[in-house]
Design a protein around this ligand. Structure first.
Ligand code: HEM
Length: 187
């Protein structure tokens, strides 16, 4: 979904590429190293904003209550199945300004993170069942994104006017209509 959002929001794609240009420049050996990621702030915000709008596991994993509990005035009996809708929380106007807008800048100077402490942003869940693959997943996504933005510009095929960001799935979700974008070599 990152590519769908970046192609739909060329301003964001340009800004992420300008940051790469400024902070990494053109590398003589043409190899991006993992340490290069430390220099990039905006690219990380792009990933965070994508996970807010498009959490790949939108309902996390189900929980079962062990005892009688009360949540926001509702009585929940023991052994009830609870689902947490991270997708909907990530778009709730009570917590997010212009929630449908793809705007990585919303995280500038914000302590909000996806590590399970901020319940407004839960793409990896929270608590003792939080995703154990989070660090590895983030490193892989950021590193792949950096490589693809460093080496290529991306655009819609000529016959396409706009990029849709509709999703589809159940436990995990993917882009509903397969992504078609054209890479243009930069270096
Ligand atoms: C963007 C990538 C990923 C996302 C968004 C994601 C998201 C999640 C979420 C939401 C949960 C449920 C957490 C909860 O209910 O509190 C979960 C569980 C889990 N994830 Fe991930 N995950 C990702 C990548 C990975 C990777 C790369 C691995 C393994 C290398 C992994 C392994 C697991 C495992 C084993 C669990 C079950 C943990 C348990 O039930 O105790 N995930 N993940």
């Amino acid at each position: 979904m990152i590519w769908a959002e970046l192609v739909k929001n060329p301003r964001v794609m340009k800004k992420a590429q300008e940051e790469i240009q400024t902070c990494i420049g053109i590398k003589a050996n043409e190899r991006i190293e993992e340490e290069d990621l430390d220099k990039l702030q905006y690219l990380k915000l792009v990933v965070k904003e994508t996970l807010r709008l498009h959490p790949p596991a939108p309902l996390l994993l189900p929980r079962e209550t062990m005892s009688h509990i009360k949540i926001q005035g509702y009585d929940i009996p023991p052994k009830s199945l609870l689902m947490v809708n991270a997708w909907s929380i990530g778009r709730d106007p009570k917590y997010w300004e212009n929630p449908e807008e793809f705007n990585p800048e919303r995280f500038i100077d914000s302590p909000m993170d996806y590590k399970g402490h901020n319940f407004e942003l839960l793409p990896f869940g929270s608590g003792r069942r939080i995703c154990p693959g989070m660090v590895s997943a983030i490193a892989t996504i950021e590193f792949s994104l950096l490589n693809l933005l460093y080496f290529f510009d991306w655009k819609l095929p000529d016959e396409k006017k706009d990029m849709d960001v509709e999703e589809y799935g159940d436990v995990t979700i993917v882009k509903k209509v397969p992504l078609v974008v054209v890479p243009i070599l930069r270096h």
